[in-house]
Design a protein around this ligand. Structure first.
Ligand SMILES: Cc1cc2nc3c(=O)[nH]c(=O)nc-3n(C[C@H](O)[C@H](O)[C@H](O)COP(=O)(O)OP(=O)(O)OC[C@H]3O[C@@H](n4cnc5c(N)ncnc54)[C@H](O)[C@@H]3O)c2cc1C
Length: 60
């Protein structure tokens, strides 16, 4: 549950940060862009968030 919620929230937050930085947020030279790329994979590896929801649903 934590993995799904935290990584989804992380993506929402960093997406807002990229938006705030405008075009700079989309350039690899800037930390915020690299943070976006690094955070995006969190919803994929270690079990994708869709699979996390499947696992959670089994316990309900
Ligand atoms: C940088 C990186 C490092 C990794 N390191 C490791 C590692 O050290 N050890 C290791 O074992 N693995 C590692 N992996 C593999 C990782 O765990 C898998 O990529 C991950 O589990 C997703 O599997 P997949 O890539 O086969 O995607 P797929 O299973 O093909 O999924 C593709 C898409 O379909 C969705 N999907 C699949 N099945 C369902 C379903 N039943 N219901 C709804 N949606 C579904 C997924 O959520 C995803 O969005 C790594 C991956 C990356 C990108």
């Amino acid at each position: 549950m934590a993995k799904w919620w935290v990584t989804d929230m992380q993506q929402q937050v960093i997406d807002e940060c990229v938006q705030l930085h405008g075009g700079y947020g989309y350039m690899n030279e800037y930390l915020v862009c690299r943070m976006f790329t690094d955070s995006r994979v969190q919803r994929i590896y270690g079990g994708t968030n869709e699979i996390m929801k499947e696992v959670i649903s089994r316990s309900l």
